[in-house]
Design a protein around this ligand. Structure first.
Ligand code: ZN
Length: 260
């Protein structure tokens, strides 16, 4: 299966640092980041409702995004909201744009990285490229569902629901059934499910969360493990002393036998 070549395009100035290296070096059988670009200065938004916040329409974003060279699709990421409050729009056959405005803080408040949120959406787009005639095809509405199932294709009409399907997103039975109705390489779904499990917190964050969730168990575990380490250290010390004494005894015997 050919990987979907993705051009990552950052629009404007993100409020939070995004680990672009993690995104560009992420290993997948489904996509590869073929280039990484950014446009820092965006044209002024046309919205003129008297408020000072910046919002862009899909048409405005489509005029900003340049056609991908050496890539199948441009995956743009911007820190400004859309005027319709959705967060992911298919701009044209070769481009989508993800807005992380507002969602960034929601993710961080729930110890979920923005990079994982971006990766989850890249997977969603990559699968749409694989199963639809075009990423803009209306057939996408046949797979995306309104209810939240912890699935890669949850609509997330309520943005808060992204916390339920960003890390280790699953494929619900109806999505699997839809994907299986398409002509795809053998083992497509099992490989996809395996990779989706890789979208998870780093180990240190998982340990921190475990400690917060089970403080008494963590304290008990620390005490027991300290006790065991102390016993092992004492045993090792005694063993070392015995070993030294035994070596001295052997040396004395050898000396005695040799008559020196
Ligand atoms: Zn689903």
């Amino acid at each position: 299966m050919d990987k979907v070549r993705i051009k990552l395009l950052f629009l404007g100035h993100p409020r939070h640092v995004i680990n672009k290296n993690k995104l560009s070096s992420f290993s997948s059988k489904f996509f590869e980041v073929s280039s990484l670009e950014s446009i820092e200065n965006l044209p002024k938004a046309n919205k003129n409702d008297g408020y000072l916040d910046v919002e862009y329409s899909v048409d405005e974003v489509s005029n900003i995004i340049t056609k991908a060279k050496n890539a199948d699709i441009t995956f743009a990421i911007m820190n400004y909201p859309y005027d319709d409050d959705f967060y992911l729009h298919r701009i044209n056959d070769n481009a989508v744009c993800l807005s992380i405005a507002g969602i960034d803080q929601l993710l961080l408040n729930n110890n979920i990285s923005i990079e994982n949120f971006i990766l989850k959406n890249i997977y969603e787009v990559a699968v749409l490229v694989n199963i639809l005639p075009s990423v803009c095809s209306d057939e996408a509405y046949d797979i995306v569902h309104d209810d939240t199932r912890g699935c890669l294709f949850d609509m997330n009409g309520d943005k808060f629901d992204v916390i339920y399907n960003t890390e280790k997103p699953q494929l619900c039975n109806s999505c699997k059934s839809y994907i299986n109705s398409k002509s795809l390489p053998d083992g497509y779904i099992s490989k996809l499910e395996k990779e989706l499990k890789k979208i998870k917190k780093p180990l240190i964050s998982r340990v921190e969360l475990f400690i917060k969730k089970y403080p008494l168990f963590s304290v008990g575990f620390t005490l027991v493990s300290s006790f065991i380490i102390n016993i092992l250290a004492s045993l090792f010390l005694e063993y070392s002393k015995l070993n030294i004494a035994f070596t001295d005894l052997i040396k004395a015997m050898v000396k005695c036998l040799s008559g020196t």
